[in-house]
Design a protein around this ligand. Structure first.
Ligand code: THU
Length: 135
């Protein structure tokens, strides 16, 4: 799959966001090793902390369906769904990525007008804690 296609799926996913408190819509499109794609949006909650980020929605949907290996994720976000720049995943989402993904997992940060930047998980979460630390 072309990166532009994955990015477009993340932009489309933004429109599914449930964001009555922040108005900040986030979309994610997660590419599995077998080529399938799972999309996610952020889902807010009146108690705030139960809010689920778009990236984790995508991961949890995919893991539920039996996927354990992932290649890349495209992420975008903006107030009222309008992209003005890139939005990087929060720390909790980076930790969820670490659970399933290797250092070379790709994260596409999608901005307006087809602009995007690429990061690896190693760049976004250096020295991360993982299952290896529990062995
Ligand atoms: N949000 C995400 O969906 N992903 C992130 O990585 C950062 C933050 C959401 C959570 C909340 O609904 C809104 O953005 C504002 O923080």
């Amino acid at each position: 799959m072309k990166v532009e296609e994955l990015n477009a799926m993340a932009v489309e996913a933004m429109g599914h966001a449930y964001v009555p408190y922040s108005g900040f819509q986030v979309g994610a499109a997660l590419l599995c090793a077998d080529g399938s794609v799972y999309c996610g949006c952020n889902i807010e909650n009146a108690a705030f902390s139960p809010t689920n980020c778009a990236e984790r929605t995508a991961f949890f949907k995919a893991v539920y369906d039996g996927h354990r290996e992932f290649t890349a994720i495209a992420v975008c976000g903006g107030k009222n769904g309008v992209l003005t720049g890139i939005a990087a995943p929060c720390g909790v989402c980076r930790q969820v990525m670490r659970e399933f993904c290797a250092d070379d997992f790709l994260i596409y940060l999608v901005g307006p007008d087809g602009y995007y930047e690429t990061r690896t998980l190693a760049q976004l979460l250096p020295d991360g804690f993982s299952g290896k630390d529990l062995e």
